[in-house]
Design a protein around this ligand. Sequence first.
Ligand code: PEP
Length: 262
Amino acid sequence: MRKPILAANWKMYKTAAEAKEFADQLLSYLQEQSSQYLLQEQVEILVCPPFTALPAFAAATKGTAVATGGQNLYPRKEGAFTGEVSPLMLKAEGASYVIIGHSERRQILGETDELLNEKIKAALEYGLKPILCVGETLEQRRRGETAAFCRGQLAAALSGLGPEVCDTLVVAYEPIWAIGTGESASPQDAQETIALLRQWLAETYGPDEAAKVRIQYGGSVKPENVAGYLAMPDIDGALIGGAGLQAASFWQMLQAVAALKA
Ligand code: PEP
């Protein structure tokens, strides 16, 4: 039984003070005894702040049901890599997850499959759980290449890794045309692609291993549509951009998922 995971990706938004404010608000919602129990049982809660706000967020949520993740890492322990942050540093500041290969980093920062493969390996080496993002462009979707392209992204990012990766890996299927656009894939379309990703994992690592991997949908998820995705058999959570910036709407999505899974 896979526990769903709702993750807020804050991108380049929020200062440390704003992160602390969000944390306090989210924790005040969680204070209510019944909701705390319900949520802890039914859904994993993760927030990925920018590096500068990560220590403040992790400190404010330490010992609670709210986990912290990085949005990126550089695949070295330390060294002369100006502007970069290592997995060791993320871990030391309280992160337990890290997003790898978000389409904004692939497209704007030019990250290649080879680099992402190194990043996944580095995350695992330092005990961070990777959230590997895959997703097609609108043109690829129109040409009917969605599944083949996303499966290729999985194969490249996971190259050289054995079945044990399935113990910690989270995959986020994020069609690029649905990110930050207000346009989202239908739950049925997302399910169809995600089932094909799981099939690739099963062919590569075996069905039992593939069944352990949580696969999120991401792309304009909000309180009104989150339950539709999570009701699908292969969708195990959501990676949320815009709607995860306010504690109130993140909370609404957590409650919607907890109610669905109760
Ligand atoms: C994202 O940043 O991964 C994302 C899915 O953004 P949004 O929810 O705003 O579409």
